[in-house]
Design a protein around this ligand. Structure first.
Ligand code: NDP
Ligand code: 8X3
Length: 251
């Protein structure tokens, strides 16, 4: 029987690449995000390859909407084998004492509370079945703060701690828990961070060959495909000319 992967934030970037990778890899996929047209277009594309695809449109910050969406899954979709907690964002690149409190709240509500909501909704079923895998998308930004990264870095440090905590709490089960920590990946991330300023977003990737969503999806899929006794706890993936959140060598 085919396994099922649920990927949050599958309308773009890393999440979209994960949806493609898991569908190609023989999984049925549940894809989520707020932009339903994009979810429907991806569903049509993936179904052509023979995968079964279910779309769920909701905002991960809205715990009631998330609960209703997961609760609406019929029997066919209710066994989720892999949860990829990917939905997230950075907003702004400002000094901490000058930052936007609205941007901070959005990042905290999405990257931390949204991830926790999805975990709370889906992991109890994995524990009941004594089977499953939670793969959280953290970041190199969670390893150490970089200039003006303050609150975004803190949310990804929280993802690391929350992931470690879940792994500890599930060590008496067969459920595996992974933190994938990418560096610079060219997606819509910087466009979102700079509130739609495409020129500023493009500058982030000038002079360095960044990672792609597919590079990250390959590692996510590798972790999910490891033998049952192997738990890939954490992976840091950087572009060759990036050494840390702060060290990027541009040509
Ligand atoms: P994108 O902006 O391309 O994709 C972000 C995805 O998250 C979209 O599908 C978006 O869907 C979804 N999302 C954002 N907010 C919400 C919300 N409130 N509710 C539901 N879905 C939401 O960026 P990336 O693919 O780069 O980012 C994916 C993850 O990877 C994030 O957690 C990010 O922090 C992390 N990351 C990114 C890196 C990079 O350099 N790009 C490096 C390290 C980590 P929609 O707008 O349709 O809701
Ligand atoms: C995204 C990577 O370095 O822009 O988490 O924060 S970085």
């Amino acid at each position: 029987m085919k396994k099922t992967a649920l990927i949050t934030g599958a309308t773009s970037g890393i999440g979209e690449a994960c949806a493609r990778k898991f569908a190609e890899g023989g999984y049925n996929v549940i894809i989520t995000g707020r932009r339903s047209e994009r979810l429907e277009a991806l569903k049509a594309e993936l179904e052509e390859t023979g995968a079964k695809v279910k779309t769920l449109t909701f905002d991960v910050r809205d715990a009631d909407a998330a609960g209703k969406a997961i609760g609406s899954l019929g029997e066919e979709w209710s066994t989720i084998d892999v949860l990829v907690n990917n939905a997230g964002l950075a907003l702004g690149l400002d000094k901490e004492h000058e930052g936007s409190m609205e941007d901070w709240n959005t990042m905290i509500d999405t990257n931390i509370k949204g991830l926790l909501t999805m975990t709370r909704l889906i992991v109890p079923g994995m524990v009941r079945r004594n089977s499953g895998h939670v793969i959280n998308i953290g970041s190199v930004a969670g390893d150490a703060a970089y200039a003006r990264g303050n609150v975004y870095c803190a949310t990804k440090a929280a993802v690391k701690t929350i992931t470690d905590g879940l792994r500890i709490d599930l060590a008496d089960t067969a459920v595996r828990v992974t933190n994938i920590k990418p560096g610079l990946v060219e997606t819509e991330f910087s466009k979102v961070r700079f509130h739609g300023d495409e020129e500023r977003a493009d500058n982030v990737y000038k002079g360095i060959k960044p990672l792609t969503g597919t590079d990250i999806a390959d590692v996510v899929f590798y972790a999910a495909s490891a033998p049952a006794h192997v738990q890939i706890a954490e992976v840091l993936i950087l572009a060759t000319h990036q050494a840390s959140g702060s060290v990027i060598v541009r040509q």
